[in-house]
Design a protein around this ligand. Sequence first.
Ligand SMILES: Nc1ncnc2c1ncn2[C@@H]1O[C@H](COP(=O)(O)OP(=O)(O)OP(=O)(O)O)[C@@H](O)[C@H]1O
Length: 725
Amino acid sequence: MLLGDERFFELVEEIGGKRLNNEQKEAITYTDGPLKVVAGPGSGKTEVIVLRALYLIAVKGVNPRSIFLVTFTKKASEEFFSRFVTYAGALKEKVKELSFEPYDIYAGTLHSLALKVMEEFQFSRFERYRLLEDFERDIILFKEFQDLKEGSKYRYFFDFFQLEREGITQEELYLQKLDVLSRLFEFIPQNLVDWRRLRGKKGTLGEAVELYVRYRKLLKNEKRLDYVHAEELFLRFLESEEGKRFLNGDGSEFFPGIDWVMVDEYQDTNPLDEEIYFALASRSKNITVVGDDNQALYRFRGAVVDCFIDFEKKCKERFGTEVKVVNLSKNYRSDREIVAFINYFITKHLKVNNEIRRGWERLSVKNKEKIKFASGIKSHEFLGDSVVEIKAGSNEELARKCCFFVKELKRKGVIKNYSDVVLLLPSTREFSKAGEKLAGYIKEVFTREGIPVYNPRSKALVMQKEVATVIGALCEIFPSEEFQEVIDEKVKFWKGTFNSEASPKLKEHVRNWKEKVESSKEESFNVMEIFYSLLQFEPLKSFKEELLTSLNLAKFSQLLSLFSQRVGEIPVENGKVKKEWLSEFYGTFLYLLSVKDADLKEVESVPEDMFPIMTFHQSKGLEFPIVIVGDLTEHRGDFKLGRLERLFGRDLSWERNTIDAVRKFYVAYSRAKYCLLILRKPEEETPEEGKPWKLAALPGFEREWHEEFSRKFREKLRERERGGH
Ligand SMILES: Nc1ncnc2c1ncn2[C@@H]1O[C@H](COP(=O)(O)OP(=O)(O)OP(=O)(O)O)[C@@H](O)[C@H]1O
């Protein structure tokens, strides 16, 4: 049995407790071909995707196994499933004749789905490979491209990136080169560069391709696939016989073929992804993309916002079909003043100068509607304005004022928990080479005032106390004067941390291991076994039980285990550890960990009564009652990426950096429900000459911007009141 449209909406509105607006309904019910949903922040995008999937199943009788739904992050996919399963469960409860299994849908991130499907359909080429983790890739590159230490190798290519600067050591230069390589090796497949055609050419491009071919051979020899190449293989799969069975089905319930492709966050799609989506939709042409160009954040991961902007053109070329465009512009998240502010912020940039305006026009969806206030949310009386700023002469003063503000919020009952507020920064690191950063001051002042701070990415993994203690212990057990040289300072720091943190029992345990190694004639040791045995003792035992520290230890254990799988057991002869192992441990593993800034990938849910500090990227898709945004000028254009784009003929000049930066702030600002607080230092108001991408130089950030905005906004409200609206 199937439901009719009206009945369906009656039921889901009852279940969800909200009335859907006409645009949302249109986006849910359109089934006549390609659909593009341009969804502003807080416009109910997730709701629409969930209900669209449910609508197809419950009203149109679509088999869930013929729906392929891609979300950008694992978190978004979990959010989708939890809402989908709740809706589906409640709907089945109300209409007993509906029988379908919600989990039959193919939903997840693109690479997770790619792997799942290739396995399910036993793609023969896939069986030969294992997935390559990022850190393992770093190790492989580090070891296999040692010849690049010679200055003359691939000279044209590396000269193009202008890496050699004054004061840079040979080791640092090598790391810079590896960084360029790891981006190159993603850039080529992500952008579908026809590298085979460029093979054998001389000069910069030829060398780039030669390096890439070396990497492909390496992957093949090691029988590994990184994430991008797994997606590339998936595209080959879709063209293969096995893939055809997946796409077209075999006439059974179980393999009905793919009829509905839906992609969330399409503004962050790259050309390889795009190719995959079009291949997936080739049979039915039912492809739905949802996104917001103003929230494009992932250019550094290869995203090309043009895929979203030019979607109509692409559909016309590929399928010869028109695209239905639906604008979701009603914002259900934020207070009226915040909605007005984010509109103001984004449109003001058009006026900055002609070049930015032209870039902006090229990189934006045409005829987009302004976001409209729809929530009925009203800021708390105490707050007065909903968009406010705090100015202070120094980071320390900013931190103090900010702390006062947060304490007052709690005292006055505006917030229940500290996790109702969030501080968003371009980077959450507390220290940099130049000294303490805003996050550092905030942590210090807040902690002093008794507000616990949740900042899991406060420092590099190896600098976190719990990880440093473990590494210090391992360095004590396997000392090496010879191989620790390159990271001498770090080893001292780890050993120092171990010595000051370790309990007497842990120290004794470490001594025992050391003696065991020294007294063995011929034996091999397993580094993971040693690692786990250390965790039985204080303070590591307690670290293992606390949320934050246990996550860091888990991350380290994962990296150590990758290393251990690569190099095998620790060989000891006559009380001496073999040099090869020590060289790998200090010279590759610990060295790369120190310089690569290995990090936790995603923040888990924020503990209730802690004050969270997050990056703009982490805040994507989330919302908070009160949002504080700081570090307005901390932006560097990504020079290496810019060069790479230029090398392959995608010349995206500097205005692109400006637009990227503005969009990051747009995402951050639009997370706020009741109040947006902006922290500003006076020097951030002074534009630096000749540096047009400095945000401080842009309208919306200019001096008195807030006063101007507030005045205009209040005038408008008054006018409206006078006009009786
Ligand atoms: N028609 C509606 N009526 C009332 N509330 C709604 C409606 N549609 C969505 N909402 C609510 O609006 C809020 C924002 O929706 P959602 O989280 O889906 O935003 P989004 O479009 O994904 O935003 P962003 O792109 O900024 O992450 C949610 O709390 C959602 O339940």
